[in-house]
Ligand binder design. Structure first.
Ligand code: UM3
Length: 123
C-alpha cells in the first residue's frame, strides 16, 4: 500500500523538469494518476531536488490551513508549477491551466523520519 509520504512524491515531486509547456498539467495530472473518480481542483508540482524539499520539514514552523500545528514554510523560494482545473472541465476530461511560479512552499510533515505528506500552499 502507498504511504502518505509516497503519495506526496507521486503528486507533488517533479525535480527533473525545469521549463514546462502549456500542456504540462494536462499530461502530468493524468500520468501521475492524480484523478480518481473526480478532477482535483488544484495540484502543485515542485521542481527542486528531493533533499531540498524534505529539508523544509526542518524550516520555519507555520500554522496549517486546517489548524494542525505541523506545517513548515521553505526559507527560500522554489520552482513550482500550479495546476488549476479549468472552470468548464468535467471528469474524465480534467483540463488544467499551467502556471510556473517561484514561491515559498508550505508542506505538512509527519512521521519518523519526519517527511512531507501534504502540500499546504505557497506564498
Ligand atoms: N493543493 C496543492 N497546491 C496548492 C493548494 C492545494 O497541491 O497550492 C492540494 C494539496 C492537497 C489538496 O492535496 O490540494 C487539498 O488542499 P494533498 O493533501 O494530496 O497534498
Amino acid at each position: 500500500k502507498e504511504t502518505q509520504a509516497e503519495k506526496f512524491l507521486r503528486q507533488h515531486m517533479d525535480p527533473d523538469t525545469s521549463t514546462v509547456t502549456a500542456s504540462y498539467c494536462n499530461k502530468m495530472m493524468k500520468h501521475q494518476n492524480i484523478m480518481v473518480g473526480d478532477c482535483k481542483l488544484v495540484n502543485t508540482f515542485i521542481h527542486e531536488p528531493l533533499p531540498d524539499v524534505q529539508a523544509v520539514c526542518f524550516q520555519g514552523n507555520v500554522p496549517c490551513k486546517n489548524t494542525k500545528p505541523n506545517c513548515h514554510k521553505s526559507s527560500s523560494k522554489m520552482r513550482i508549477t500550479d495546476c488549476h482545473l479549468k472552470k468548464e472541465a468535467k471528469y474524465p476530461k480534467c483540463e488544467y491551466e499551467t502556471q510556473q511560479l517561484r514561491k515559498s512552499i508550505i508542506v505538512t510533515c509527519e512521521g519518523n523520519p519526519y517527511v512531507p505528506v501534504h502540500f499546504n500552499g505557497s506564498v
